[in-house]
Every structure is written in C-alpha cells, then in structure tokens.
Design a binder for this molecule. Structure first.
Ligand code: HPA
Length: 285
C-alpha cells in the first residue's frame, strides 16, 4: 500500500522524466499495449524507435515471471506511435499493488491516453474448446485488495472513483468491429480477477459462474482500475487458453496455457494491430 503519497508521486515522475528524455523528438505515444501471453510477437511488427530495459528506468520494478521479458518499446505500428510493455508485474510474484501498477501511473503522467491490456485466462464455459477470445466489458474483483487503498493521490484521480465505465464502451465497439472484419470470433464477457498463483478450485469456478463471470485470470484488473482512475481509456481482450478448473476434468497446467496462447498468437496480434490502427489519431510521418 502507498504510505507516502508525495514520495510515490516523485518516484513515478522520476521514471516518467527518464522515459521522456529517452524519447526526445519521437515524443510520447498516445497508446500503450500491454503484451500478455501470446502477444509477444506483436513487438516484432513494431518499427522500434527505442527499447528501454525496465532495469534502466528509475524505480521500475523488474518482472520475475517466466517468459515475461522486461522491455518498454516505443515505436511505430501500422503507422501509429505506440508504447509496448513486454513483461508486466503480477501480485502473485510478490509485488505490492502499487508496484504492479507503477508502470500504469508512469504512462498516465506521460500523457498516454489509451491502454490496451491483453492476457491469458481460463474460460468459464464448458462448451467452447479453447483458444478463443473474450472482449472484457466489466470485471469482478471485490475479494481482492484495491490498488487504490491508502492515501489518495489527487494528481492521479478522485478518492472514490466510479467503476461503471472502466472499459471504454466506444473502444469495445471498435474492437468488436475489428474482430468481425478480420473474421476472428470475439465474444464479450466479464473477467474475474484471481490473485493466484494457484489456479482456482472447481468450487470457486462454480461460484464465479453463478456471479456471471466469463473468464478468470491473474492480471489486468489492478492495472485497469489504476488506468481508469487516471482518466485513461481502457480496452482489454483475453485469450482463453484453457477451460477453468473443474470444467474439463483435466488438471490445469501452465503448459496448456502457453500452447493455446501460442496457437492464438497470430489472431491476437492481428486484432491488436487492427484496433490500434483504427483508434490512433497520432500517426507518424
Ligand atoms: N485461471 C487463472 N489464470 C489463468 C488461467 C486460469 O484458468 N488460465 C490462464 N491464466
């Protein structure tokens, strides 16, 4: 939990100043894409202006999760300036919520307007074989510690932020249009946040199903709350990589998650690319 709001803000601004100085005349992109499992190859489509290792950014945490490289890329994707985060920070790794969301705050202070969050998730539907995609229209996280707990940083946003519009409705429609035009099946649904690192129990999944969740995962919600607190537009899609606990009769493994994220990777990248090209006004020259 943030204890010293002035010190936290100073550390966020120090990181932001470093990134701004590194980007020089390139400027600050309006959009950040957070590359979840399977979306890593999107970074290869990006014409890089600069790739900054997390360990060089003052006060930035360093990711410990396997397969999560720590790189902030600034470049051009389909003619639009973007930031990409290759590697994110999960609560289950041992980071505090203010560390999990540190990068979001830095992006907000830099003036980034939109954040596209992607992730792998377990599907709470026992009829559809993974992989498939869910565009997130809302989330469940009331059993979890809030990222906004502690003294409010007024420079970020208000003490009691509304949560009815965390996921931008207009951008959700644009994402839906992109999927339709690319012939990629995309349903809408509710993402349930689970702190992990253990997968859920079958009883937890039955409970989440009763509550209306479509999928479950161990990331995204803290970042979505922190970004919308700062007034950023949030858009998110999950790649469902496995049936959630108890639905398939099989044990859950990370291997299944990675294999299915890999199978869906090219469609994930196409969807993200198309979405970015439709929303960016900040075209490179
Ligand atoms: N549960 C939580 N997180 C996940 C899952 C799951 O079933 N699959 C991928 N990430």
């Amino acid at each position: 939990m943030i204890k010293d709001r002035k010190d936290y803000l100073r550390r966020v601004d120090e990181a932001a100043d470093y990134i701004r100085a590194q980007l020089g005349e390139f400027g600050i992109p309006e959009v950040l894409v957070v590359l979840g499992s399977g979306l890593g190859p999107l970074a290869d489509f990006c014409e890089r202006f600069k790739a900054i290792s997390y360990k060089d950014i003052p006060n930035f945490p360093v990711s410990t999760a396997p397969g999560h490289e720590g790189l902030l890329i600034a470049g051009t994707l389909s003619g639009s300036k973007v930031f990409m985060m290759k590697g994110r920070f999960h609560y289950y790794e041992g980071y505090e919520m203010e560390e999990v969301t540190f990068y979001v705050r830095v992006m907000g202070r830099l003036g980034v307007k939109t954040i596209l969050l992607t992730n792998a998730a377990g599907g709470i539907d026992d009829k559809t074989e993974p992989p498939y995609f869910v565009a997130i229209e809302d989330h469940l996280s009331f059993g979890c510690e809030s990222v906004l707990r502690g003294p409010n940083i007024d420079e970020f946003g208000t003490r009691f932020p509304d949560q009815c519009f965390v996921y931008d409705k207009e951008y959700l429609d644009i994402l839906t249009d992109c999927a339709r035009d690319l012939n990629i099946p995309l349903r809408r649904g509710i993402y349930a946040y689970s702190k992990g690192p253990q997968y859920e129990t079958p009883a937890e999944i039955r409970a989440l199903k009763l509550l209306g969740a479509s999928c479950v995962g161990m990331s995204t919600v803290p970042e979505a709350i922190a970004a919308s607190h700062m007034g950023m537009k949030v858009v998110c899609f999950s790649c469902v990589t496995n049936m959630a606990a108890g639905l398939s009769g099989n044990k859950l493994t990370e291997e299944e998650v990675l294999i299915n994220a890999g199978k869906a990777s090219s469609e994930s990248c196409d969807l993200a690319k198309e979405f970015i090209s439709r929303i960016t006004t900040d075209k490179g020259e």
